[in-house]
Write a protein that binds this ligand. Structure first.
Ligand code: NAD
Ligand code: UGA
Length: 454
C-alpha cells in the first residue's frame, strides 16, 4: 500500500508542491500542516482565496482538496497518520548571534524535528524540502534517532520551482533530486520517494545522490543563478557608460550554447526569498570551512545586487536635476517578479526606502502585491502623506514626475502610455528597469526614458 504523506509548512513551497503530489498520486492521502492558523484557514477557504497567488494553483487545489489533499493545524494527528514526512518550513537568514546575517536560522526546522519525534508512533522517512545548510540532515538524524523508539531516515529532496511558474515547474521539472544515505535503509527510503515522483516525472529526470550532495546542490544552483543575474547587471552598468546595449550583448552571448540564453536579463537586481538567503548561507559555509576566498567571491554576488538598486536611485537623482525632495514618483510593480504577489527581498522595497529617504512622494501600484507592500512598508507609512498605494496604475501616475517600472507584469507594456504622459508633470520621465516597454514609442510620446543597460 502506498504510504500517506504529511508536509509540515504550508507556505510557498509546501502548498503548491503537495497539491501537485496529491494530484499525481490519487491513491495517497496528503496532509499539509502549519502552525499558522490563518494560513491554513486560507488554504481551506470555501471560495479558494488561497494564501498565495500562483498561476494555475487554484485549479489544482480545486481538483484535489477534500479528496486526497487536506490542510490542517493538527500536526500531531497528521504525523501519527503518515509515514512520509516532508518538512517545508521557513529557513530565513539568522539575524542574531553566531553567523548573524549569513547563516540559516534553523530554529523552525529543529522545532519540527522535535515535533516529529514526540508524535511519531512508527518508523518514518523524513524529507527535507526546505533549503538547508549542508549536513543539516545529520543534525536532524541526531535529534530524531537519539534514544528513539522508532527509526527515522532523513533524505534531502530540495525544490527547484520558481515562483510565478511553480505549477508548470512542478509538473514538468528539469530534474527532481533525492539525496539519502547510501546504505540499505537509505537506498530503500530514496526509492520510496522516487515512487512518489515517478507517477509523472520520467525516471531519467529523477536524480539520486548522497544526502550532502543534494543539500549542497540546491545552494549551488541558486548561487549560480543569482551570480548570472549579478554578472549581467555588472555588464549593464558598463553598457550605460559606453553606449553598448545590454539586450544586444545578452542576446549574442546567450546564443553560445555553453553560456545559454536564460537568466541573462538585466534589471533591478534579484529579489525573492531565496537567492540572497542561500548565497549568504553558502558564504557562511565557506567561511566555516576556512574557504575565505570562495566566501568573498560569493559575497560579491550580493554586493553587486545591492549596488544595482542604489544605482537606480542615483540615476533617477541625476536625471531629475539632482533633487528628488517633494517630487512624486510612481513605482509600477512591487512584487519581486511578475506573476506572484510575493514581495520578500523585492528590489522595489529597497528602491522605495531609498526614495523615501530622499523625501520623495511615492505611490506604489501592483496588480497582486499591494497587501504585502502595505505590510512590508508599514514602518514608513506614517501619516500616509508621502507613501500611498494605488490599484489603478493610471491614477498612480497622475501628477507624477516619474514612473519607475520595477516589476515586469505583462499588463504594463499594454497600458495607454499617452494617457499616462498627459496626466503627469513635465518633463515626464519613465525609468524602465526591466526593459519591457517600447522605448522609441515612449520617446515619441514625449517621455524622457531611462533603461537598465542602455
Ligand atoms: P514560507 O514562509 O512561505 O512557509 C513556511 C511555513 O512553515 C510557514 O507558513 C510557517 O508558519 C510554517 N512553519 C514554521 N515553523 C513551523 C512548525 N514548527 N510547524 C509547522 N509549521 C511551521 O516559506 P517558503 O517560501 O515556503 O519556503 C520554505 C522553504 O522552502 C525555505 O527553506 C526555502 O528556502 C525553500 N524554498 C522555497 C522556494 C520558494 O519558491 N518560495 C523554492 C525552493 C525552496
Ligand atoms: C529561484 C530559482 O529560480 C528556483 O529554481 C529556486 O527553486 C527558487 O529561487 C528558490 O529556491 O526559492 P524565484 O526566486 O522564485 O526562483 O524566481 P526567479 O525566476 O529565479 O527570479 C529571481 C529573481 O531574479 C527575480 O527578482 C527576477 O526578476 C530576477 N531575474 C531573474 C533577473 O533579474 N534576471 C533574470 O534573467 C532572471
Amino acid at each position: 500500500m502506498n504510504k500517506n504523506i504529511v508536509c509540515i509548512g504550508a507556505g510557498y513551497i509546501g502548498g503548491p508542491t503537495m497539491a501537485v503530489i496529491a494530484k499525481m498520486n490519487p491513491d495517497r492521502k496528503v496532509i499539509v500542516v502549519d502552525i499558522n492558523k490563518d494560513r491554513i484557514a486560507a488554504w481551506n477557504s470555501p471560495d479558494y482565496a488561497l494564501p498565495i497567488y500562483e498561476p494555475g494553483l487554484v485549479d489544482v487545489v480545486r481538483e484535489v482538496r477534500g479528496k486526497n489533499l487536506f490542510f490542517s493545524t493538527d500536526i500531531e494527528g497528521a504525523v501519527k497518520e503518515c509515514d512520509i514526512v516532508f518538512v517545508g518550513v521557513n529557513t530565513p537568514t539568522k539575524m542574531f548571534g553566531r553567523g548573524a546575517g549569513r547563516a540559516s536560522d534553523l530554529q523552525f526546522w529543529e522545532a519540527t524535528a522535535r515535533e516529529i519525534k514526540n508524535y511519531a508512533e512508527g518508523d518514518k522517512i523524513i524529507v527535507e524540502k526546505s533549503t538547508l545548510p549542508v549536513r543539516t540532515a545529520a543534525a536532524m538524524e541526531s535529534i530524531l534517532n537519539d534514544h528513539a523508539k522508532f527509526r527515522f531516515t532523513v533524505l534531502s529532496n530540495p525544490e527547484f520551482l520558481a515562483e510565478g511558474t511553480a505549477i508548470k515547474d512542478l509538473l514538468e521539472p528539469d530534474r527532481v533530486l533525492i539525496g539519502g544515505p547510501q546504505d540499505e535503509v537509505g537506498l530503500a527510503a530514496i526509492n520510496e520517494i522516487v515512487e512518489v515522483y515517478a507517477t509523472w516525472v520520467p525516471r531519467e529526470r529523477i536524480l539520486t545522490t548522497n544526502v550532502w550532495s543534494a543539500e549542497l546542490t540546491k545552494l549551488a544552483a541558486n548561487a549560480f543563478l543569482a551570480q548570472r543575474v549579478s554578472s549581467i547587471n555588472a555588464i549593464a552598468g558598463l553598457c550605460e557608460a559606453t553606449g553598448a546595449d545590454v539586450e544586444e550583448v545578452a542576446r549574442v552571448m546567450g546564443a553560445d550554447h555553453r553560456i545559454g540564453s536564460k537568466f541573462l536579463k538585466a534589471g533591478p537586481g534579484f529579489g525573492g526569498s531565496c537567492f540572497k538567503k542561500d548565497v549568504l548561507n553558502l558564504v557562511y559555509l565557506c567561511e566555516s570551512f576556512g574557504l575565505h576566498t570562495a566566501a568573498e567571491y560569493w559575497s560579491g554576488v550580493i554586493k553587486m545586487n545591492e549596488h544595482q538598486q542604489e544605482r537606480i536611485v542615483s540615476r533617477l537623482f541625476k536625471a531629475m536635476f539632482n533633487t528628488l525632495a517633494n517630487k512624486k514618483i510612481a513605482l509600477f510593480g512591487f512584487a519581486f517578479k511578475a506573476d506572484t504577489g510575493d514581495t520578500r527581498e523585492t528590489p522595489s522595497g529597497t528602491v522605495a526606502r531609498l526614495l523615501y529617504d530622499e523625501h520623495v512622494r511615492i505611490v506604489i501600484t501592483d496588480p497582486k502585491a499591494l497587501p504585502n507592500a502595505r505590510r512590508d512598508l508599514a514602518d514608513i507609512v506614517g501619516d500616509g502623506s508621502r507613501l500611498a498605494f494605488e490599484d489603478d496604475p493610471y491614477k498612480a501616475a497622475e501628477d507624477a514626475d516619474a514612473v519607475v517600472l520595477m516589476t515586469d507584469w505583462r499588463l504594463y507594456p499594454s497600458l495607454d502610455w499617452k494617457r499616462i504622459y498627459d496626466s503627469m508633470r513635465k518633463p515626464a520621465l519613465v525609468f524602465d528597469t526591466r526593459n519591457c516597454l517600447d522605448r522609441d514609442a515612449l520617446k515619441s510620446i514625449g517621455f524622457r526614458v531611462l533603461n537598465v543597460g542602455k
